[in-house]
Design a protein around this ligand. Structure first.
Ligand code: PLP
Length: 376
C-alpha cells in the first residue's frame, strides 16, 4: 500500500528524546525548545520565534495579540483549514471570506480591498501548498488601511517570497509541525513575531498569563499573574523530535522537491493533452514541495480517480470543504463577492502521496497508475 503521508523521521529523534529524559527536563522551554527556536530565528531571519503546541494555537496567539473586539472583521480565504478561522472566531471576530485565484488556490489579493469595512482589523493570507500569496500587494493594502497581517504559513516552512521566508512578512506568521507537515514534532507549531512590540505580551499569553519568561531572564525578581493566557508550550520531548528534523531541514527539502519535480515532469504530457492541470508556482516564489496536487475535470472525475488509485493500493486525498459553506462557516462568516473559484476548484483537486523519502519505485507506480486512469 502506498500511503498518502508518512511522518518524517531522520534517525536522530530517539537519541534526542533520550537526552531530554536523561537531562531531567521534559516540560517546555528547555534546551531543545531553545535550540529549535534559535535555529528558526536564524534560518528565516525572524525577529522572534516561540514554539507552540500546534499551528492552531500559534494562530490562536496571533488572534489574541491582534486585540480584536466583538464585531471586528477578519478577511481570509474560504479555501483553507478550519484552524485559520477558529482562532479569530474564538477571539470574537466575524469572518469575511474572499475568493481564491484558480492558479495557486491562494486568496485573490485583488478582492481584498472591496471586502474591507470600518470594522476590518486583520487579513489572513494562507500560503496553500507552501506557495506564497501575492504578499507585496497584500502588505500594501494592509498598511494603507492600518490592518494587521497574520500569515497562515502552516504549510510554508522553508518557502520564500522574493527571498523572504514565509511567516516573516506579515505582523505574525504561524507554522505547523503536525505529523502531516514537512517538519514535524507530532503535534506542534511556532509563532513568528515580526514586530517587537508584541513579544512581551506573546510570552505572557504563552505562559498562562504570567511574566515567567522575564523572571527566567532575570528581568523581574518574582513572577506573577499579569494578563489572560493559556498553556502554549510544547514539551521538550516534542521539541527533541523536531530538532532531529530541523538539523536535516535542507536535506528534507531537497528530497521533497525531487519527488515534486519527478511528478511534475512525468505528468506534464497529460497537462499538454488537456487531461489535467498541474500546480502553478508564480515568479518570485520558491516553494517547499509541501504538497503535490492535480486538478481534474470535475467532482465526478475526481471521485473516479480516487477510487481507481485506491483499487491499486494508492491513497490519494482531497480537501477542503470550503469554510463558507460548512455549518460553522455559515454561523460565523459571510462570503464577500462571488464564489467563482473556491467551490469549483476545490471540488476537482486531489493530492498525491507526498512525504520525505518517498521512493522512486513508489513514485513511478503512482505515475503509471495515473497514466492508466487516463488511458482507459
Ligand atoms: C496544518 C494546518 C493548520 C493547523 O496546524 P496544526 O499544527 O495541525 O494545528 C492550520 N492551517 C493550515 C493551512 C494547515 O495546513
Amino acid at each position: 500500500m502506498i500511503s498518502f503521508n508518512i511522518p518524517p523521521y531522520t534517525g536522530n529523534e530517539l537519541k534526542y528524546i533520550q537526552q531530554a529524559i536523561e537531562g531531567h527536563k521534559i516540560c517546555g522551554d528547555g534546551p531543545f525548545t531553545r535550540q529549535c527556536s534559535t535555529w528558526l530565528e536564524q534560518k528565516f531571519r525572524a525577529d522572534k520565534v516561540l514554539l507552540t503546541t500546534s499551528g492552531t494555537t500559534a494562530l490562536d496567539m496571533a488572534a489574541l495579540l491582534s486585540r480584536l473586539n466583538p464585531g471586528d472583521e477578519v478577511i481570509l480565504p474560504s479555501f483553507t483549514f478550519s484552524s485559520t478561522a477558529t482562532a479569530f472566531v474564538l477571539a470574537g471576530a466575524k469572518l469575511v471570506f474572499v475568493d481564491i485565484r484558480p492558479d495557486t488556490m491562494n486568496m485573490d489579493e485583488t478582492l481584498i480591498e472591496q471586502a474591507i469595512t470600518d470594522r476590518t482589523k486583520v487579513v489572513v493570507p494562507m500560503h496553500y501548498a507552501g506557495v506564497s500569496c501575492e504578499m507585496d500587494t497584500i502588505m500594501d493594502i494592509a498598511r494603507k488601511h492600518s490592518l494587521l497581517v497574520v500569515e497562515d504559513a502552516a504549510q510554508g516552512v522553508m518557502s520564500t517570497y522574493k527571498g523572504k521566508a514565509l511567516g516573516t512578512i506579515g505582523d505574525f506568521g504561524c507554522y505547523s509541525f503536525h505529523e502531516t507537515k514537512n517538519y514535524s514534532m507530532g503535534e506542534g507549531g511556532a509563532l513568528l513575531i515580526n514586530s517587537p512590540e508584541y513579544v512581551e505580551r506573546a510570552e505572557i499569553l504563552r505562559e498562562k498569563g504570567t511574566n515567567r519568561s522575564k523572571f527566567f531572564r532575570g528581568q523581574v525578581d518574582k513572577y506573577t499573574w499579569v494578563d489572560v493566557g493559556d498553556s502554549y508550550l510544547p514539551s521538550e520531548l516534542n521539541a527533541a523530535y523536531l530538532w532531529a528534523q530541523l538539523e536535516m531541514a535542507d536535506e528534507i527539502n531537497r528530497n521533497r522537491l525531487a519527488s515534486w519535480n519527478r511528478y511534475y515532469t512525468a505528468l506534464k504530457p497529460l497537462q499538454e493533452k488537456g487531461l489535467l492541470e498541474l500546480p502553478v508556482v508564480p515568479e518570485g516564489c520558491a516553494h517547499n514541495a509541501h504538497m503535490f496536487y492535480l486538478k481534474l475535470k470535475d467532482l465526478s472525475e475526481r471521485t473516479d480517480f480516487i477510487r481507481h488509485m485506491k483499487e491499486h493500493d494508492i491513497w490519494c486525498v482531497f480537501h477542503y470543504v470550503p469554510l463558507h459553506s460548512a455549518p460553522a462557516g455559515l454561523r460565523y462568516g459571510r462570503f464577500c463577492g462571488e464564489d467563482r473559484y473556491t467551490t469549483k476548484e476545490s471540488d476537482r483537486l486531489v493530492r498525491l502521496p507526498m512525504y520525505y523519502n518517498l521512493s522512486e519505485q513508489y513514485l513511478s507506480r503512482v505515475i503509471d497508475c495515473i497514466f492508466a486512469f487516463f488511458g482507459r
